[in-house]
Write a protein that binds this ligand. Sequence first.
Ligand code: ATP
Ligand code: MG
Length: 556
Amino acid sequence: MDTPSTPSNFLRAIIEEDLKNGKNEGRVFTRFPPEPNGFLHIGHAKSICLNFGLARDYGGRCHLRFDDTNPGKEDPVYVASIKEDVRWLGFDWGEHLYHASDYFERLYAFAVELIEKGKAYVCSLSAEEVREYRGTLTEPGKNSPYRDRSVEENLDLFARMRAGEFPEGAHILRAKIDMASPNMNMRDPALYRILHQEHQNTGNTWCIYPMYDFAHGLSDSLERITHSICTLEFADHKPLYDWLLDQLDVPSRPVQYEFNRLNINFTVTSKRKLKTLVENGVVAGWNDPRMPTISGLRRRGFPPAAMRDFCERIGVSRSDSCVDMGVLENCVRENLDAKAPRAMAVLRPVKLVIENYPEGQEEFFELANHPKNPDMGSRKVGFSREVFIEDSDFMENPCAKFFRLAPGKEVRLRGAYLVTCTDVVKNDDGTVREVLCTYDPASRGGDAPDGRKVKGTLHWVSARHCAEAEVRLYDRLFTAEFPGKDADFLDQINPSSLETLTGCKVERSLTEAAPEDRFQFERQGFFCADRFDHAPDRAVFNRTVTLRDSWAKVAG
Ligand code: ATP
Ligand code: MG
């Protein structure tokens, strides 16, 4: 166990204090409790890293618990995706995979215990009446006329609710607390409702389902969770969490702690909004690389280590804030800069013909896969008379500061030769068909034999030694820094969040990349072979991030 000497956040401080005092027999049990009603997003990654990270660092364990108390919205597809995402982020729940629905029978027994203790009653007001009786923030509520039903009547009605005798909405089970409480959550909150719906885990066994607030703390207790860590919006629910544990004969006494949820600008972190994007066809699915979902970021090429690093750096506190998207992108850049092999890819190719290079001749250059890490080895890159360069690297009438290729100018083809532009051949419509040049045979490797200065260095691929690829350039999904703040978030979609380039020319070795392999395409950015579409006969790369934060420049 590697315990830091100064706790880096308030939760670590609490846990270390508890351990010092021998609380919970020295156990640290946490849990990550997603509801399987959508895919996980970057905000959930923070909660995952936090809960699993604390368990790891303090020799405890972290449970994965599906909080599946809303049958209508939940789906096994979501269950599978959540498990995959947590594993991919690098965490392991071992044998501790649970569902709130695993406890439905025990939760029912807790509800019966509450009724028997006179602490819960069956209420037959309509939903609208319940709302009316609840009062407002400034006015107390009124007691339900059903509040004083006898224990026997409540037990009978609750059993018949379970037996399926009543339609949805006919009755609910409510806690008997205090209709005048300043905390609305304590005004006789609902504990169970009737839902004649099939459940993704329990099928048709039940037609009454516990409310989240009832199920959550009791599930924590059944699993002997010690530190139940949730986001700040649950702070107002803590009195109810504690009240339930106080009334009932529970196996253990967990404590709820709240931390700030992660918000990031230029995106949304709400499952409801993400679902709308998917359902409206704004994106191609939950794992579209523009989505802030874990599976979207994965497909975009974000390494799990970079995401863990990000969650570590943003830290936890008790006040809400918004993190700049650039912080996340920088974690990704840093990770990939160290780890991603280099390669050359020409995204918008124009042909360069080296007129004094013999036709039919070819040679190979040994290029390092990483400029600073020789352990990453090297590869052979073929060269011939015709190569492709980026069309933006050539200007027929260059402006003053243009150091790339132009008539009469000399540039370096990275790792190969120095070439000088002699002429340009055009199509009928005036666009450039070929750029003609000559090369200096004495500059093999790209160094001038006489030490003359050559400023521009271009990436290139040889026409005989390249493959075609599709490259998808992704940008931020929203144009607004805080989508939904001043307008409907659906009206703030960035229309150029995806640009698909076909006919890109890449080093042939890139066709051997496995899906999800990541590269730096020199001078272009970091790219990842698409997890689903990349195949040996079809190269497809997604741009993960640009080399520098282009948005910082725009904003600054
Ligand atoms: P959403 O608001 O997107 O629907 P949720 O809170 O309803 O999310 P849950 O499945 O209930 O989704 O979340 C599981 C856990 O993840 C909860 O403990 C929740 O507090 C935490 N969580 C959700 N969103 C964030 C976030 N943005 N930052 C940190 N933790 C989060
Ligand atoms: Mg929730």
